[in-house]
Design a protein around this ligand. Structure first.
Ligand SMILES: [Fe+2]
Ligand SMILES: [Fe+2]
Length: 246
């Protein structure tokens, strides 16, 4: 996807984007002190581990690590409520899903090198898409990816899901680390899962009846099944460090 085209199409300051605000607290520092910060750090380390194991170059591993650190940057416009509540109505859920589009838009205002920006853009926009097309946002029209021109969820209703090889592999990889971390972590609305429970859920999600291969594709899922023990150890170590720090 040509990032330059986005830069031309989506200037941050032109008011094209009406960023939804769902919460009350406007203090970004407060948000960063919550579990969002720890989640970002863990997902970045877990993603880097997976990227190394997948055989990426050192440069690409660094790019993926950086991208994973800011994969949910779009949530900064949505406040802590996105992390503390799961009983949203359908419109609110679809609005929260726009954190992918908002994050991609925010990224365009950050000056980083082009290769880094491309990976970060792909990861932020596509990290909730799934190999079988069950993720979001929908961005395909006539077999081609379209540009995320709006943060209004209804804009995406006419498009088809992005699936298979159309999803950047780096985004699927970070999405996999993201989900593992979300399952392992305690949230106000759910308990933490053990490594084995998280593995089983990723292998077969009882709510959706989807397998890990359906979500992440055969190659990445195979990588996960071979390397999941490394993630287990890393998750525990990172969490220990984060607890000592806070
Ligand atoms: Fe996300
Ligand atoms: Fe996340």
């Amino acid at each position: 996807m040509a990032i330059e085209k986005h830069l031309n199409l989506l200037p941050v300051s032109n008011g094209l984007f009406n960023i939804p605000r769902l919460g009350l607290d406007d203090d970004v520092n407060n948000i960063l002190k919550t579990n969002i910060r720890d989640h970002q750090l863990r997902v970045s380390k877990l993603s880097a581990i997976l990227a190394i194991e997948a055989g990426y170059t050192q440069k690409r591993v660094e790019e993926i690590r950086y991208a994973a650190t800011i994969h949910d940057i779009g949530k900064l416009s949505m406040q802590e409520q996105t992390e503390t509540n799961e009983s949203f109505d359908n419109y609110q859920q679809r609005t929260i899903q726009m954190h992918t589009v908002i994050g991609a838009q925010m990224l365009l205002s950050i000056l980083i090198n082009q290769s880094m920006q491309k990976i970060a853009y792909d990861v932020i926009l596509h990290h909730h898409q799934r190999w079988d097309g069950s993720g979001y946002p929908n961005l395909v029209s006539n077999g081609k990816m379209v540009y995320p021109l709006s943060t209004d969820p209804s804009f995406y209703e006419i498009f088809s899901p992005v699936k298979g090889k159309l999803i950047p592999t780096e985004a699927l990889l970070v999405g996999m680390a993201d989900r593992y971390d979300a399952l392992r972590s305690k949230r106000p609305y759910k308990p933490e899962l053990s490594h084995l429970e998280a593995y089983d859920t990723m292998n077969l999600d009882n709510c959706t009846n989807k397998t890990g291969e359906q979500y992440y594709g055969p190659e990445l899922w195979h990588l996960f099944t071979r390397k999941h023990k490394i993630l287990e150890v890393a998750y525990i170590e990172i969490n220990k460090k984060l607890k000592n720090r806070s």
